[in-house]
Design a protein around this ligand. Structure first.
Ligand code: UDP
Length: 492
């Protein structure tokens, strides 16, 4: 009999930076276990990812990016494929609701075609000399929408969903019927019926109805539509064999115990895979900041980063600059080109001269970068404290490297992540806005940094979590075992 087809997974991230990075990690974890991977980005993001990658070594049979939207990656067995998202070139891709709706319309048929035609690609030869073969499994970001699972069902391939945030937030989605029953959210559009926080179980983080994902990305017209997708997702997930979560049992033990359908497989981090492509959108990663870090004393630096799409108003941006100055500590601050409303970076008078510029007049104490190699930064021994917006990836990366936090959330699940960091794991302190001005003041920022850096107990706790996180993804660890089990199931 012919040998069984090699498993071939189609991996689909939601088109945002905080999703493409962890889904690329899942792709690597699959590839490491012998699964061929086709990774589907939107055309828009594909272009950014490829532009930000180091120039690929050209090998036999590989096509460069752009030519058919493919990029062969030889032994890694991951190829990148681009599919249009249906948005015009100048449309606002931060309009997540519109993007979600358009993706369903435009990407679903293309992805289906990709799966159906994948068998015909036997003739296509990659760098190792064998073909890619039929796609046997769809591994989709849960946030992409249920169309991806529907496509898998229609084409007769297996499917799994990846949840790139905390298990607690996934649990809140699985609990939507109970939230409606308990009159916490509205049955029609999911909006908050109460200002009161709730807990899914006594040892899970406190959540606020207004911070539930659909209440953050929806708008008045789109809210019902969005929530109908959420409800469809809750129903469809029953048909899915696995929900893989980029978390680890030690971080969210009670959630995993109560929601056994969610499997921890993390923290999966690209930083631990030197030389492999990682799916970043921004170029260039500023390698020079690593040299700057090398020159700083051990455990002296404050690392400040707010993820890929948090936007500051001008006053808060300036106050943060002054707060960092006030710490008197060396700091590495990620200032994305689009981090301030209107894309204008106005630093406080003299700030750049006093703190950032090096040389006779400048202190050179602060280093600004447009995009940092964050995982390598957090792993650097000079880094002592992470001022973070508490995106889940950043949260896992801080934990994985044993760095305590000043927690400064803006949006959606970041508030739940803050509850984990500050209240449950006790590895950080919250940045709290002043009631009158609505701003996090410079004195408060500097004070919190000092408190966190001076708290030996906090450092011990985060270092203990670091060890647990590390062990969970090693051979014999829980996350590692779960991933193996998942791969066995798609191999069979
Ligand atoms: N990141 C990075 N360099 C930066 C800032 C962020 O590599 O200068 C990465 C970070 O390591 C993380 C991702 O971007 O993997 C951000 O994801 P997260 O979930 O923390 O936040 P989001 O961008 O989704 O708000």
């Amino acid at each position: 009999p012919p040998p069984p087809a090699r498993p071939h997974a189609l991996v689909i991230p939601f088109p945002a930076q905080g999703h493409v990075i962890p889904l690329m990690e899942v792709a690597h974890a699959l590839a490491d276990r012998g699964v061929a991977v086709t990774f589907v980005n939107t055309e828009f993001n594909h272009g950014r990812v490829v532009a930000a990658m180091p120039a690929p070594p050209r090998r036999n049979g590989e096509t460069a990016a752009g030519g058919g939207g493919k990029l062969g990656m030889g032994r890694n067995r991951i190829r990148l494929v681009a599919v249009p998202d249906g948005m015009g070139p100048d449309e606002d891709r931060n309009n997540l609701l519109r993007l979600t709706v358009l993706m369903q319309e435009h990407m679903a048929p293309r992805v289906e075609e990709l799966i159906r035609r994948s068998g015909e690609e036997e003739a296509a030869v990659d760098g190792d000399g064998d073909g890619w073969g039929r796609i046997t499994c769809v591994v989709t970001d849960y946030n992409v929408g249920m169309w991806a699972l529907d496509v898998a069902r229609r084409t007769g391939v297996k499917s799994a969903a990846v949840w790139p945030a905390s298990a607690a937030v996934m649990a809140s989605i699985l609990s939507v019927p109970e939230l409606i029953r308990d009159k916490i959210i509205d049955a029609q559009d999911g909006s908050a019926l109460t200002q009161e926080a709730f807990q899914l179980s006594p040892d899970m983080p406190v959540m606020h109805p207004a911070h539930l994902a659909w209440n953050c990305i929806g708008n008045d017209e789109g809210q019902e539509l969005l929530f109908s997708c959420v409800l469809a997702g809750v129903r469809a997930i029953d048909e899915c064999d696995y929900i893989l979560c980029n978390s680890f049992r030690g971080a969210e033990a009670s959630t995993f115990a109560r929601f056994p359908k969610i499997f921890p497989v993390g923290p999966l981090l690209t930083g631990e895979r030197p030389g492999k492509p990682v799916g970043h959108f921004w170029r260039p990663e500023d390698g020079a900041c690593m040299l700057w870090l090398d020159a700083q004393p051990v455990r002296s630096v404050v690392y400040v980063a707010f993820g890929s799409f948090t936007v500051f108003d001008r006053r808060q941006f300036q106050e943060l600059a002054l707060g960092l100055e006030l710490t008197g500590r060396p700091f590495l601050w990620v200032v994305r080109p689009d981090i301030v409303h209107g894309d204008v970076h106005e630093y406080p008078d003299g700030f750049l001269d006093r703190v950032v510029a090096s040389g006779i007049n400048g202190g050179g104490r602060g280093k600004l970068v447009a995009w940092a190699p964050q995982q390598r930064v957090l792993a650097h021994p000079a880094v002592a404290c992470f001022v973070s917006h508490c995106g889940w990836n950043s949260t896992m990366e801080g934990i994985r490297n044993g760095v305590p936090f000043v927690a400064w959330p803006y949006f959606a699940d970041q508030f739940v992540n803050r509850a984990y960091i500050c209240d449950i794991w006790r590895v950080g302190l919250p940045a709290v806005a002043d009631e009158k001005s609505g701003m996090v003041t410079k004195e408060h920022i500097a004070g919190r940094v000092e408190e966190v850096m001076g708290d030996a107990g906090m450092r011990e706790r985060v270092q203990a979590m670091m060890v647990v996180a590390h062990e969970s993804v090693q051979e014999g660890g829980c996350s590692h075992g779960n991933f193996d089990m998942f791969v066995d199931s798609i191999m069979s």
